[in-house]
Design a binder for this molecule. Structure first.
Ligand code: ACO
Length: 334
């Protein structure tokens, strides 16, 4: 058995900055409410007419990650792409990356685990490397949320939260079993699927039905029972971090850097307090990008690394919670 380690990191966010003040011109909201409840100051939304999509942004982030890994596209053995906002209902974005990056006909897999998507994708890639099947796996998280949000007052409790962007990493074989990804921990609880959902179009509720119902039917916009999700998130975040620490005989004091999924700054701060971490031990960038779902952890990890906040030998903890419900953690010896 091998370990896997991250050898290259990259990110891409659209240029177009949308501030809370900009949103207050579209719907009944304000900067104070958004900052107080979520910590978000601005987000990136793809501008109309831009070439960017989830796959295109993912490809841009992936090119940077591959270059930084010192490898070439031809060294990549497999692609794992996490998104809840794919370019097409099918096929998935992974195969688009194979084409956009002009890669050999390697396998490509899409992961649909929403805010936990990147943690799940990393875990899948890690297993392929551990068993020796692949040496270098490209893992991407990307989201194009802005075109699917209800940007009226009706949708304000959801639409102010989400942003567009992408991150990518190359995961490579590591011979030293004390380094790289030490363990991953994945969970789900489908009983709460309807608490955070985009219901349609689905095969059982297709486009003509939605159009015929005019705006009586808003099942194609994201729905979230915010308070219920918040309460579950803080519990599951804590549990799954503890599970990861226990698996590796670590204590909370052993955490050098915690990178939470950027769902809400209040959730991150709650976990920070619970685990007794200092501001330097937690990386947040939700203030700038909002919640970019499957892209959020990998964008944050990339920025933390770019800013020199992660050093060789650090214990890095990633954790996520979101729609499904799904949640998970990753423990890394950097
Ligand atoms: N601007 C102004 N007022 C608003 C807005 C807004 N954008 N949105 C809602 N309000 C109002 C509501 O109408 C309500 O008014 P009322 O009291 O008169 O009825 C009031 O503000 C409070 O609304 P709540 O929904 O109760 O606000 P809450 O404090 O719960 O914050 C939030 C909402 C930010 C969504 C929070 O619940 C949250 O962050 N939940 C968890 C999110 C999360 O972790 N998601 C998981 C990942 S996402 C994924 O997997 C895709």
């Amino acid at each position: 058995m091998y370990n896997s380690k991250i050898t290259g990191l990259g990110k891409y966010v659209p240029e177009n900055v949308v501030t809370n003040h900009d949103l207050s011109k579209l719907m009944d909201t304000n900067d104070a409410w958004i900052q107080e409840r979520t910590g978000i100051e601005e987000r990136r939304w793809i501008k109309e007419g831009s070439e960017d999509t989830s796959a295109v942004m993912g490809a841009k982030a992936a090119r940077i990650a591959i270059e930084r890994s010192g490898l070439t596209k031809d060294d990549i053995d497999f692609i794992v792409f996490a998104t809840l906002s794919p370019d097409y209902y099918f096929p998935g974005c992974g195969v688009q990356i194979q084409d956009m990056l002009d890669m050999p006909t390697i396998g490509a897999l899409d992961v649909r685990n929403q805010c936990s998507g990147f943690v799940y994708a990393l875990s899948v890639a890690d297993q392929f490397i551990k068993t020796g099947m692949y040496k270098n796996v490209l893992v991407i998280g990307a989201e194009y949320h802005s075109n699917g949000l209800d940007k009226t007052t009706r949708g304000r409790s959801v639409s102010v939260i989400f942003g567009d962007g992408a991150g990518a990493c190359v995961l490579s074989r590591e011979e030293d079993n004390t380094k790289g990804i030490l363990s991953t921990h994945l969970h789900s609880q489908g009983k709460y699927a309807d608490k955070l959902i985009v219901e349609s179009p689905s095969i059982g509720h297709w486009v003509p039905e939605i159009l015929n119902a005019k705006d009586q039917d808003i099942s194609y916009f994201p729905y979230m029972d915010g308070q219920f999700v918040f309460k579950n998130a803080v519990v599951r975040f804590s549990e799954v971090i503890m599970e990861g620490l226990a698996k590796n005989n670590m204590q909370k004091e052993d955490i050098d850097m915690f990178i939470p999924h950027q769902a809400n700054l209040r959730i991150s701060q709650f976990i920070q307090r619970k685990f007794g971490l200092t501001d330097d031990q937690v990386f947040n960038n939700i203030q700038k990008y909002g919640n970019t779902t499957a892209a959020s952890i990998i964008i944050a990890l990339t920025e933390a690394w770019e800013e020199g906040k992660i050093k060789a030998g650090d214990n890095v903890v990633l954790a996520a919670f979101g729609s499904g419900f799904t949640w998970g953690s990753v423990i890394i010896k950097w």
